[in-house]
Unconditional design. Sequence first.
Length: 267
Amino acid sequence: MAKLLIIITVMFIILIGYGFFEAFWIQIKVTKITDADVPPSFKNTRIVFITDIHYKENFAREQIRKVVEKVNSLNPDIILLGGDYVSYSQDHIKPCFEELARLKASIGKYGVLGNHDHRENERLTKECMRKAGIVCLDNDSLWIYKNKDRIKIGGVGDYWEDLTIIQNTIHDVDESDFVIVLSHNPDFAETLKTNKVDLVLSGHTHGGQITFFGLWSPFVPSQYGQKYRTGLVKTEHTQVLISNGVGFASNYPIRFFARPQINVIEL
């Protein structure tokens, strides 16, 4: 009995140790999007998507700096950010964006807010985004041009804390245009009743954060269960890429078979 107790204790310590290690073991995940709507000039465009940084006391500023360095090393054309930049205190907002200001993209940097950003300080978050050179696309959109071609990038407000006004993105697009929409929460995709959005980029779920060997998680912050936990999900009208995110929302730095991610989308 004593030996069994020792074995269980050792295994528990190993699992906890691995979970702590995985929380900072960032994966670069590449997804190739093949879509007839992508115009010729945007073929091979590299988009880097980062979300759910959750900068706080147990996610050091040095960690954000490492994320920025990894992103810049990927030579992105476009950088997109999916919200939840900080957690638990508005004091973290300014230093977080001082680091994110160092992100480099040849075309531009764009982002939306997540539920935590609304709870900490929406106004300050938007102000710091602007100072960092990140265009806030909450219920807004813009055309990006290359040669004679163009694609549209839009965003919606957080599904839990704000309005999600997709019409501000699709009011001037045709179904033949290539359109990307940022939505912090992937549940928003269930509300889409249009074929004018080619790709939705989301975070929020952290891949379940603690999973049963990457197959199932006991807690996914979604009303649709495991459907939008992680990865590329096809819906009736669009496809949604859900990132595991970079950080962790809990007070404890732990992940289990849901590695933090920087997502690379290649058109």
